[in-house]
Design a binder for this molecule. Structure first.
Ligand code: ADP
Ligand code: ZN
Length: 746
């Protein structure tokens, strides 16, 4: 008896290994290819599985091997390059490969839906369009009605047909037979795909107008040359302040790739996908970008994924998960704002899209561009090590001047409602001169908490070690960590004394600014004020036009947007970052400040930035004010080297969270014991320790920190440890995860 093939498949389950199955009955070996999905029995259910390997042997005795039910794809959904990335990510992040596959696929594909959806649009063919309606009206009035509609519109969605001509489906067969309509399908016309892709039109269908860009300045030209001079993989780090012309360089590089009929993938931070940025790409490249981000509906996600795989999507702009999109003819990958922490996924598969983008580029042998005004220290160190090439754009393109930074010492100028006198005066002055002012505070709500004036007790969340934030407009207290909400207390819950809001958030600032400047339009932009659909776009339009003259906002406003009239940026509170316990605190603070400062004065006028601080003599300030981000980065790198923090070491966290504190601690203590036994001696293990905010959403959190100068010993240890933890009974009773290259150490 000839031995049957054994299929090694990945299943979306928290287990690292592959699962063995026999091919579905009647399916011959040649049709089995890695990258195809299968339906398999799994426990008592059926599951979608991804075929990764075909082998001739199994660890399982033949009698125990189950047979797959059927193939879900006739052609591989994932090619060798995508499969490579998935296996790499699984290996590097010590995450079950089935869950990595799941993270890399849109939900509909994960659930086993076909890649090709049945067309949902009816198109009139040239024959149908030429058909004589008058004649048809006499013979078959119902048919004439449908044809008239199609002739008028060219194409009509099934949904609309159902609404306008109920019962139209009975005519469809006749229309297809007569060749009057085309339902789309595998040989879809451009127009069909255009409809399907939705908001993003089909690339190349009707060439859009292309706008010419400005001639590049010397630095831009040098950067462009460095990246595009030779074929193949390399990483160019475009390092230049906002307005220095990084996007112009991306545009040239992308245009070259498109010119060679290759695809370009642009990764942006979560809040970087602004209409302005997308419109600029479209206008300049003459191609409709295909968007891929978390607020797409599942059908749109699937259609964007399909367009990427089919090559119809030539320019893809997406947030971190877009790094997994299939690219049959890759040309270039751009990561804009590469330092942004949103490129790192914080749950499930904890990957860095920036790091995976670089590895993908190497594997695909294409250039990768990392752009930032404030490159991460990891990236800067790689430039120093000669792995990446740092390409500086030191000047603001065009005529814009760099903004003037100024500290406001809060010890000398007591703030009222968060605003110091110099800030109020500065705001008044800029407004009087016709400028626009952005007041930045990364804390939404009215006040960080409510305090009792009698006993001093503050409003705490019942499920977290955190205070509840006061939201005045909705008269509620809200926990920003677990989402718990309750009505605003009118008196102290402990002593029934009078309560008042303590500290300030964006809502309170908005109110204070409105009081100071009653004539002006104050526009608050944060995730509370922009919850309703369309409200963010409206607010941004008002901010861009200058109609909102005072803008109050969180991080949402600090990135990606271009407000031509903005001349003053006020940073209300920079001190939180100054004394952060996280080793990345200084880096993040400097990045945030440079980022928000970059909003000021991009065109005719020099911008000004006022930063309120109670610690104006902290060395950070003299570094930043005199040497800019470079100086801060320089000394932060020296500090990191001395302390042995990344990029001079590798970190990983083993986190645990349980309803009972003891469970999390005991699990980690046992893990620590095992890790010590596995440790070749070069990995430093710290903990278990409780997370700084120990209880969150009712769970106690603790962690073990692993630190190693070299990657290999750390990863060997984690691999074995992970396998042992997976197999242990205690691991099933709580939540635990491994985070490689963690973004934050909490
Ligand atoms: P960044 O991406 O670094 O913020 P942009 O590429 O958006 O910078 O450039 C900022 C502004 O300067 C844009 O309006 C852009 O059109 C303009 N610009 C960029 N490069 C040049 C150049 N070489 N000559 C003239 N204007 C330029
Ligand atoms: Zn909470």
């Amino acid at each position: 008896m000839s031995r049957e093939a054994v299929l090694k498949v990945a299943i979306n389950a928290p287990l690292s290994r592959l699962f063995d199955y026999l091919p579905p009955s009647g399916v011959s070996t040649p049709t089995l290819q890695p990258g195809c999905r299968l339906l398999v029995p799994f426990g008592r259910r059926t599951q979608t599985a991804m075929l990764l390997e075909i082998s001739d042997r199994s660890e399982l005795p033949p009698a125990k091997l189950r047979r797959a039910i059927r193939m879900l794809d006739t052609e591989p959904l994932l090619g060798p390059a995508e499969l490579w990335l998935i296996r790499f990510a699984s290996d590097y992040y010590h995450h079950p490969v089935g869950e990595v596959v799941a993270a890399a696929l849109p939900a509909l594909l994960r659930q086993g839906r076909p890649l090709q959806v049945p067309p949902q649009v009816l198109f009139v063919t040239p024959e149908g369009a030429a058909e004589d309606l008058a004649e048809l009206q006499r013979k078959a009035p119902r048919q004439a009605e449908l044809l008239a509609l199609l002739q008028a519109e060219g194409s009509v969605s099934f949904e609309e047909l159902d609404r306008r001509l109920p019962g139209w489906k009975r005519l469809r067969k006749a229309f297809l037979e007569k060749g009057w309509v085309e339902p789309g399908g595998p040989h879809q016309s451009f127009a069909t795909r255009k409809k399907e892709i939705g908001a993003h039109k089909e690339a190349g269908a009707e060439p859009l107008q292309r706008q010419e860009g400005p001639p590049l300045n010397e630095d831009q030209a040098a950067a462009l040359h460095a990246i595009s001079a030779k074929e193949g993989f390399r990483v160019g780090v475009l390092d230049g302040v906002t307005g220095s012309g990084k996007t112009e360089v991306y545009l040239r590089l992308i245009s070259d790739a498109l010119g060679q009929s290759r695809q370009a993938l642009v990764l942006v931070p979560e809040i970087g996908l602004t209409p302005q940025f997308v419109a600029r790409l479209r206008d300049r490249l003459g191609v409709e970008p295909v968007l891929f981000h978390s607020s797409l509906g599942e059908p749109e996600r699937l259609s964007a994924w399909r367009a990427a795989k089919g090559g119809a999507a030539r320019l893809i702009v997406g947030t971190r998960s877009a790094v997994f999109l299939p690219l049959p003819s890759p040309g270039i990958i751009v990561v804009d704002e590469e330092h942004d922490s949103s490129f790192k996924q914080q749950e499930g598969l904890r990957y860095s899209a920036r790091d995976l983008a670089v590895l993908r580029g190497r594997e695909l042998r294409i250039p990768v561009v990392l752009g930032s005004a404030t490159p991460s220290l990891e990236t800067l160190q790689r430039c120093r090590d000669g792995l990446y090439e740092r390409l500086r754009l030191p000047l603001r393109a065009g005529k814009a001047q760099p903004p003037l930074l100024r500290l406001v010492d809060l010890n000398r100028h007591q703030p009222a409602d968060g605003l110091s006198q110099p800030v109020v005066e500065g705001t008044g002055k800029h407004l009087a001169e016709g400028g626009q002012v952005l007041v930045f505070l990364n804390r939404r709500g009215f006040a960080p908490t409510l305090i009792c004036q009698g006993c001093g007790v503050m409003a705490e969340c019942g499920r977290c070690d955190a205070r509840m934030t006061v939201h005045a407009s909705s008269a509620r207290l809200m926990c920003h960590h677990c989402g718990a909400v309750r009505a605003l207390d009118t008196q102290c819950r402990e002593c029934a004394g009078p309560v008042r809001p303590l500290g300030h958030g964006t809502e309170r600032l908005e109110e204070a600014l409105q009081n100071h400047f009653p004539e002006e339009r104050v526009l608050r932009i944060d995730s509370d004020s922009t919850r309703r659909k369309g409200s963010l776009d409206r607010a941004l339009a008002m901010a861009t036009s200058g109609e909102g003259r005072i803008l109050v906002g969180t991080q949402m406003l600090s990135k990606g947007h271009h407000f031509p009239r903005l001349t003053l940026v006020v940073v209300i509170d920079a001190d939180q970052g100054l004394y952060s316990t996280d080793f990345r605190g200084t880096e993040r603070l400097a990045q945030g400040l440079v980022q928000v400062a970059g909003r000021a004065g991009r065109e005719q006028r020099q911008g000004e930035v006022m930063i309120q601080t109670a610690f104006s003599s902290h060395p950070f300030w003299s570094e930043l004010l005199q040497g800019g981000y470079d100086a801060v980065a320089e000394s932060a790198l020296a500090e990191r080297e001395q302390a042995g923090w990344p990029p001079f070491s590798r970190l990983a966290l083993l986190r645990a969270a349980a309803i009972r504190r003891e469970d999390a601690q005991a699990f980690l203590a046992a893990a620590r014991k095992r890790a010590d036994a596995l440790n070749p001696g070069t990995v430093r293990i710290l903990g278990p320790v409780s997370a700084p905010m120990e209880r969150r959403a009712g769970r106690y959190r603790a962690q073990l920190l692993f630190q190693s100068r070299d990657r290999q010993p750390l990863h060997r240890l984690l691999r074995t440890l992970r396998a042992e933890l997976e197999a242990s009974a205690s691991a099933r009773k709580l939540r635990w995860s491994i985070d490689v290259d963690p973004g934050e150490l909490f």
